[in-house]
Design a protein around this ligand. Structure first.
Ligand SMILES: *Cc1c(COP(=O)(O)O)cnc(C)c1O
Length: 337
């Protein structure tokens, strides 16, 4: 199996000089927010592999799910449109939402949309997507279901390779990042980065900052989907079958480091101090973080960089800007400028 070539790769790495000066460390940002425009953000790296699998199975319809402002759904819809496939998204919302941000783009690019409430989403999203798939299949489509965030075995390859990309860039730039930080919402990005780090012995500290749920929850998910990624890595010729078996036996939830203190008041809900932080960073560096993921993660970094925090031994820190800009617009009218 190969992959689709959709994202603009490699994404650039930039040093944020004023933030670095402020905290006395070298802070770099990897611009995965610039992987594309319609499919900007981190999900496209996972979709390059997942949608390749869909095509190789002869599928012509992508089904996925997420919150109403899901970046992942919007990226999936744009890939489908680009490749001439149909798309359908299951969105979590209790009432008919305003047509804005990512949801507007889903509609603009022609996705079929189905809504469900929070409880249905949490308990039954898999079954609902299967039911949707069955309905389309009865009409002659060949559906491919992508789980939330494309955080599953094959999708994990996107960030497995992103870590290799980072290491190649380190060599070019003559830098070594001791710490890599990323926002974590469904776990696949963290899983891929850390799996690569473990397999190739890069010796980096890879940290996921939870934007929902808690550390234990994501440690389990990351360990599980990393295991699920191994057969694909064998197929890609990255590792041998024997290595895969050894890695699978050794992988454990505690291999994945997460900070769980920055969820705040909940997924996609912002506290004033987080919005203040987004504004401050926008003005300090001209880099715009989003309220759901990267704003919370970098707010966490700022806190941890203050004396005695958990980043006290990190000198060269790489934050992966995973995108999310469209999610900022629905809150623009109430944003404290
Ligand atoms: C989905 C997403 C993340 C989190 O990535 P996961 O692999 O789901 O943990 C981070 N940032 C943005 C902007 C996202 O859309």
């Amino acid at each position: 199996m190969k992959k689709l070539t959709l994202a603009n790769l490699p994404t650039r790495i930039q040093r944020l000089s004023r933030w670095s000066d402020e905290c006395g460390r070298n802070i770099y940002v990897k611009r995965d927010d610039q992987t594309g425009s319609e499919w900007s953000g981190n999900k496209i790296r996972k979709l390059e592999f997942a949608v390749q699998e869909a095509l190789s199975k002869g599928c012509d319809l992508l089904i996925t799910c997420g919150g109403i402002q899901s970046n992942h759904c919007r990226a999936t819809v744009s890939v489908a449109a680009r490749l001439g496939l149909k798309s359908a998204v299951l969105l979590r919302i209790s009432e008919e939402p305003p047509v804005e941000g990512n949801y507007f783009l889903d509609r603009l690019m022609g996705a079929d949309v189905r809504f469900c409430n929070r409880d249905e989403y949490r308990e039954h999203r898999g079954e609902i997507m299967q039911e949707m798939a069955d309905g389309y299949a009865a009409r002659g489509f060949r559906p491919y279901i992508i789980p939330e965030g494309a955080s599953f075995g094959v999708g994990t390859l996107g960030y497995y390779y992103a870590m290799k990309e980072i290491v190649a860039q380190e060599r070019e730039m003559g830098i070594k990042f001791d710490t890599v930080v990323v926002a974590t919402g469904s776990g696949g990005t963290l899983a891929g980065l850390q799996l690569s780090n473990i397999i190739w012995g890069y010796g980096k500290r890879v940290i996921g900052v939870c934007v929902c749920d808690d550390a234990a929850y994501f440690q389990d998910i990351a360990a599980r989907i990393s295991c699920d990624a191994l057969p694909y890595l064998v197929e890609q010729g990255e590792i041998s079958k024997e290595q895969a078996a050894q890695i699978a036996a050794a992988l454990k939830p505690s291999d994945f480091e997460l900070f769980e203190e920055y969820v705040g008041i909940g997924y996609a809900l912002s506290r004033p101090e987080e919005l203040e932080h987004i504004k401050r960073m926008a003005r300090l560096e001209g880099v715009v973080f989003d309220p759901v993921y990267t704003g919370k993660a970098t707010y966490g970094m700022v806190n941890e960089l203050i004396s005695g925090g958990r980043l006290s031994t990190s000198e060269n820190i790489l934050f992966i800007h995973t995108g999310g800009l469209f999610g900022l617009f629905p809150i623009s009218r109430t944003f404290p400028l």
